[in-house]
Design a protein around this ligand. Structure first.
Ligand code: 5GP
Ligand code: ZN
Length: 115
């Protein structure tokens, strides 16, 4: 837990969110500024700053996150038509919250390339 990290606070239930999915290691909740009709953030409860900070010990956690994606997509009604997963990483990637998270975006045809 990092003191000033908003996603750690969400994971610790210090800041309430509408929980889309939760288990002992991860939590998913709606993005407060949705960029698509469906925009959910999926985070490990453990504080990992970004993709570059994943340690060997985190590998099974990362596998667990990815293995849970179909369940969350199904629950959100995104499995049939698909969705986009995004992990913004550091400044050039547009990362604004330094706690690893996956954006799940769907409910419309997403454009490519991104800006
Ligand atoms: P990033 O820009 O780091 O890839 O994504 C951070 C995302 O977190 C942004 O889309 C932003 O809207 C969302 N966000 C930031 N603070 C909060 C919060 O307190 N609650 C929720 N639900 N989303 C947040
Ligand atoms: Zn954190």
């Amino acid at each position: 837990m990092t003191q000033e990290c908003i996603f750690c606070k969400i994971a610790a239930k210090e800041v309430p969110v509408s929980v889309i999915y939760e288990d002992k290691d991860i939590i998913a909740f709606p993005d407060m500024t949705p960029a698509a009709p469906v925009h959910v953030l999926i985070i490990p409860k453990k504080h990992i700053a970004n993709l570059l900070e994943i340690a060997p010990d985190d590998i099974s956690l990362m596998g667990h996150v990815l293995a849970t994606i179909p369940k969350i997509a199904d629950q959100l009604g995104l499995a049939k038509d698909g969705f986009r997963l995004v992990v913004n990483t550091k400044e050039n990637g547009g990362q604004t919250v330094n706690h690893l998270h996956w954006h799940m975006l769907g409910g419309k045809i997403m454009t490519w390339p991104p800006g």
